[in-house]
Write a protein that binds this ligand. Structure first.
Ligand code: AMP
Length: 303
């Protein structure tokens, strides 16, 4: 199985144990999913598609991806550009984030249609998110959505996490319209109910699933924090309860890791409830650790 994730990976500066010092890492929603997929599917190929610059931090980012076993061969390199950056500040145990991503090379990831099509051609499952759609602007969105539509018509499986982030969009209307277009080219949609309820006014998780099925998705899996995950696939409907985690450390990448484990389960031919059960166990481990990329001890999980 060959997975391809498309989006933005950023440089991350996170506080280290000595005051005033930061450590450099790399993370971003679709990249996090690729990173977890790599751990969960050691036999498959996991590729990442984005655009980076030609400076040394871009080179280091590519090196880190390659060291993690992620295929970087399709990544576009734009001379003179660089990667986006975010800084995590800890105050009284609360994390706050500042971003510098307006000039990130990843905003131009859809400019090279040929590279995009080549990367998709090699893949079986293609994953993207609402953040991918947000950062590339209207022209980039039109190109990416057309490429995804064409890939789907060729039999590729398209998976999408709406990941609604209003601050990345000019306004809520543009965001919700683009998200519905994203769902319209996707087979699998993996929303988080809390975000969906705020922007689409869905009364419940069933309403979220209905909306995405009507947009053209075949399978919808609605995450809902510690509450049960609701799923729909044609006439198949159900809910899978989550084992509550009492010692949550950091919920960063809960949804990203869930999506990775869910897609890995599908690749193994598991049933939807089984995929969801494993995905919630993996997300449960991730929220017990700090940061987006948490080393997983998978010993207790029947993948
Ligand atoms: P969310 O995107 O917040 O809905 O969370 C994604 C997934 O992470 C959920 O479907 C759960 O599997 C897991 N998760 C998030 N928060 C918790 C929690 N407090 N306890 C257990 N699992 C959680």
């Amino acid at each position: 199985m060959h997975f391809l994730a498309i989006g933005e990976c950023m440089a991350e500066l996170a506080p280290s144990s000595s005051a005033g010092q930061f450590s450099l890492g790399y993370a971003g929603d679709t990249f996090n999913t690729a990173w977890y997929l790599r751990k969960l599917c050691p036999a498959g190929t996991v590729s990442y598609f984005t655009a980076v610059g030609t400076d040394s931090v871009s080179a280091q980012m590519l090196g880190t991806m390659a060291d993690a076993g992620i295929d970087t061969r399709h990544i576009v390199r734009i001379p003179g550009a660089s990667v986006g950056l975010y800084l995590i500040v800890l105050k009284d145990g609360e994390r706050s984030f500042s971003y510098w991503r307006d000039t990130s090379a990843a905003r131009r990831l859809a400019e090279d249609e040929t590279r995009l099509a080549t990367a998709m051609e090699a893949a079986d499952v293609i994953y993207f998110s609402g953040i991918t759609l947000a950062i590339i602007g209207a022209a980039g969105r039109a190109t990416l959505l057309a490429a995804l539509r064409a890939a789907r018509a060729k039999g590729k499986t398209i998976a999408f996490d709406p990941n609604l982030r209003l601050r990345l969009w000019p306004g809520a209307e543009e965001m919700t319209a683009a998200i519905m277009q994203g769902a319209g080219v996707s087979d699998i949609v993996l929303p988080s109910y809390e975000d969906e309820a705020s922007f689409f006014k869905d009364a419940d998780t069933e309403a979220t699933a209905d909306r995405y099925l009507q947009a053209g998705a075949k399978t919808v899996v609605v995450k809902n924090g510690p509450a049960a995950v609701h799923y729909r696939h044609g006439a198949e409907v159900g809910a899978v309860a989550i084992a509550p985690v009492s010692d949550v450390v950091d919920t960063t990448a809960a949804g990203d890791s869930f999506n990775a484990a869910f897609l890995a389960g599908l690749e193994r031919g598991r049933s939807l409830p089984d995929c969801i059960a494993v995905a919630s166990q993996v997300a449960g481990l991730v929220i017990r650790g700090k940061g987006a990329l948490v080393p997983l001890d998978l010993a207790g999980i029947a993948l």
